[in-house]
Design a binder for this molecule. Structure first.
Ligand code: BG6
Ligand code: MG
Length: 209
């Protein structure tokens, strides 16, 4: 790999499998509304903001509901999701994740989180992962969600680096697109990225070493 100065990590689905909690929480709402929803459709929501995700789930039925009802649906989903997050502990994270983050830090790289989620602070606290990062850019400091590059551009700014000096690690098509639009080197992880925009693919964070 090139001589990178920083790595920006997506959170859900990259550092830990909270993506499955998102799925379970949306599934509960979709079932209640009688809307078909499965893990494949859930892949379309990766990296996408809460309200945009709701629109994707409602699909053709979106017009049936008022903005107030939609807000209530999103709140309902988030409450279910947060009840799963309350069960998080440091042990929920694969041991190779903190080990790899520590080694990357020791090698002099600056590390940041770049996530669309407004629940990022809670997740980092429950899992004790916050200490590995020089900065966190998340759903609380952006106005445009992935595939807009804003969250990664802010992350790079927070760690004082230019996008050309940073790698982004992502599990979502929307995140890979955001990284490329922002001028970052984009690494995909897992099997959900299908848009072919990634510069490289890895199966485990250990491969970053
Ligand atoms: C992303 C997830 O990290 O955060 C998306 O991949 C999710 O699925 C988005 O919709 C927003 O999350 P939250 O926690 O703010 O509802
Ligand atoms: Mg993700």
């Amino acid at each position: 790999m090139r001589d990178w100065k920083g790595i920006i990590f997506d959170l859900d689905g990259v550092l830990l499998s909270t993506d499955h909690f998102h799925y379970l929480a949306w599934k509960a709402l979709a079932d209640r509304l009688g809307i078909p929803f499965d893990e494949k459709k859930n892949d379309l929501l990766r990296g996408v903001s809460r309200m945009d995700s709701l629109e994707i789930i409602l699909g053709e039925r979106s017009d049936e509901f008022s903005p107030e009802e939609k807000l209530a649906f999103a709140t309902e989903k988030n409450l279910t999701y947060r009840s799963y997050l309350q069960t998080l502990t440091p042990e929920f994270v694969s041991p190779e994740v903190p080990e790899t983050l520590q080694k990357l830090r020791d090698s002099g790289l600056r590390l940041a989180v770049g996530s669309s989620s407004k629940n990022t602070p809670l997740i980092l606290e429950k899992t004790d992962l916050r200490k590995y990062f020089d900065a966190v850019s998340d759903g609380n400091n952006i106005t445009k969600s992935k595939p807009d590059p804003e969250v990664f551009l802010k992350a790079a700014q927070f760690i004082g680096l230019d996008p050309s000096e940073c790698v982004v690690v992502e599990d979502a098509d929307s995140g890979i697109e955001a990284a490329k639009r922002g001028g970052f080197y984009a690494i995909s992880i897992g099997d959900s990225v299908t848009n072919g925009l990634d510069d490289r693919h890895i199966n485990s964070l250990v491969e970053l070493l």
